[in-house]
Design a protein around this ligand. Structure first.
Ligand SMILES: NC(=O)c1ccc[n+]([C@@H]2O[C@H](COP(=O)([O-])OP(=O)(O)OC[C@H]3O[C@@H](n4cnc5c(N)ncnc54)[C@H](OP(=O)(O)O)[C@@H]3O)[C@@H](O)[C@H]2O)c1
Length: 250
C-alpha cells in the first residue's frame, strides 16, 4: 500500500512505538491523528511535533471508543489506516494478598478489548475507502508466555488470533482492507514498563522496528515478525516451556 497522502489514526500514538510510527508516517506526507488518554501528553506531543493531530480517547472504554469513531467519521471521513498501538503491561503475582480484580483485567480491556473495539468501530469508515489498512500490535510474548506478566501474554495471543480472524472475514466480504499484525520484540526505548529488565533477551531499537513495520505495510504483509520475535514464535511452537521457565527466573 502506498504510504503517502493518507489519513492515519494511531491509538497509543503519544509514546513509544505508536509515536515512532506516527512521526514516520507524518514525514511521508500523511495526515496523522494520535490518540491517547492524557490531554496534557497529547498537547505536549502535538506541540513538539508540528502537524500531528491529537484526539483524546480511551480504547478500554466503549463509550469513548464510540465517541472517537463518531468524531473521526465526521471530521476525517477519509481515514484509511488504523494503527492499533495502545497497550499496557503489568508485572504481578497472582498469589498476592491483595485481591485487585481491576488490575488483573486492565490489560485485557486495553490490549485486547481496546484493539477489537477500535477496529470494529472504524471498520465501516475504512470499508468505504478504495484501499485501507488495519495494523494490530501484538508481541513476541503472544507466542511464548511471560510468567512475570501473566495476563499480558494472554492478551497478545488474543490480538494475534483476532487479527487472523479479521483478515479472513474481510477477505471473504471482499473489502479492500489489508490486515497486518506487527509482532515487536522487546523495544527498550518506550514507556511500556519503565526500567524493564530484558532478562538477557535482546532488544531492538525503535528505529529498526519502524523500518521493518513500514516495509511490511508497503508490501501488504500479513505479519511482520522482526528480530527476537522470530525466535519466540519458533520456540513457542516447538519448546514453549524452556523459554517461559527461563523468563520466570527474571
Ligand atoms: N515496548 C516493547 O518492548 C513492546 C514489545 C512488544 C509489543 N509492544 C506493544 O506495543 C504497543 C505500544 O507499546 P509501547 O512500548 O510503545 O508503550 P508506551 O510507550 O507505554 O506507549 C503506550 C501508548 O498507549 C497509550 N495508551 C495506553 N492505554 C491507553 C488506552 N486505554 N487508550 C488509549 N491510549 C492508551 C499511552 O498513552 P496514555 O497513557 O496517555 O493513554 C501511550 O501513548 C503496546 O500494545 C505494547 O503491548 C511493546
Amino acid at each position: 500500500m502506498k504510504l503517502s497522502n493518507r489519513t492515519v489514526v494511531v491509538t497509543g500514538g503519544t509514546s513509544g512505538i505508536g509515536l515512532a510510527f506516527a512521526l514516520n508516517l507524518l514525514n511521508r506526507g500523511n495526515k496523522v491523528i494520535v490518540i491517547g488518554r492524557n490531554q496534557a501528553t497529547l498537547d505536549q506531543v502535538t506541540h513538539r511535533h508540528k502537524g500531528l493531530i491529537g484526539l483524546r480517547g480511551d480504547v478500554s472504554n466503549t463509550n469513548s471508543v464510540r465517541e472517537m469513531a463518531a468524531i473521526l467519521r465526521d471530521r476525517y471521513p477519509e481515514v484509511s489506516i488504523l494503527f492499533n498501538s495502545a497497550g499496557i503491561m503489568r508485572t504481578f503475582e497472582l498469589m498476592d494478598d491483595n485481591l485487585d480484580l481491576e488490575r488483573t483485567t486492565a490489560e485485557i480491556e486495553t490490549n485486547l478489548n481496546g484493539t477489537i473495539w477500535t477496529t470494529e468501530a472504524l471498520l465501516p469508515q475504512l470499508a468505504r475507502q478504495d484501499e485501507a489498512m488495519i495494523v494490530t500490535v501484538s508481541s513476541g510474548l503472544a507466542y511464548v508466555t511471560s510468567p512475570l506478566h501473566p495476563v499480558y501474554s494472554a492478551t497478545k495471543a488474543g490480538v494475534h488470533m483476532f487479527t487472523d480472524a479479521l483478515r479472513i472475514q474481510l477477505r471473504k466480504s471482499k473489502t479492500n482492507i489489508h490486515v497486518m499484525e506487527l509482532v515487536p520484540p522487546l523495544v527498550a526505548e518506550t514507556n511500556l514498563l519503565p526500567g524493564m529488565q530484558n532478562g538477557g533477551i535482546p532488544s531492538m531499537s525503535l528505529d529498526t522496528l519502524v523500518k521493518h513495520g513500514i516495509k511490511g505495510m508497503e508490501q501488504n504483509k500479513k505479519r511482520v515478525v522482526p528480530g527476537f520475535s522470530k525466535i519466540l514464535r519458533f520456540a513457542g511452537k516447538y519448546f514453549p516451556d524452556t523459554l517461559s521457565n527461563a523468563m520466570a527466573r527474571g
